[in-house]
Design a protein around this ligand. Structure first.
Ligand SMILES: [Zn+2]
Length: 58
């Protein structure tokens, strides 16, 4: 099973994610991620996904 994916930490702050806001821990982090995506097109370079996040998916 891919149950481990449910236990991945919040990609924003690394706290345990909350089901209601998955894959984030809170609405605040969800909003931060959304803002980051929107800003990506303008100023912030770099990949949108942390490679370590993928590697941790077991
Ligand atoms: Zn968070």
């Amino acid at each position: 099973m891919s149950d481990a994916a449910r236990h991945k930490p919040c990609p924003i702050c690394r706290k345990p994610q909350v089901k209601e806001f998955a894959p984030f821990c809170s609405a605040r982090c969800r909003d931060r991620d959304l803002a980051r995506w929107l800003n990506d097109g303008y100023a912030l370079p770099g990949p949108p996904v942390d490679p370590e996040d993928i590697a941790r998916e077991e």
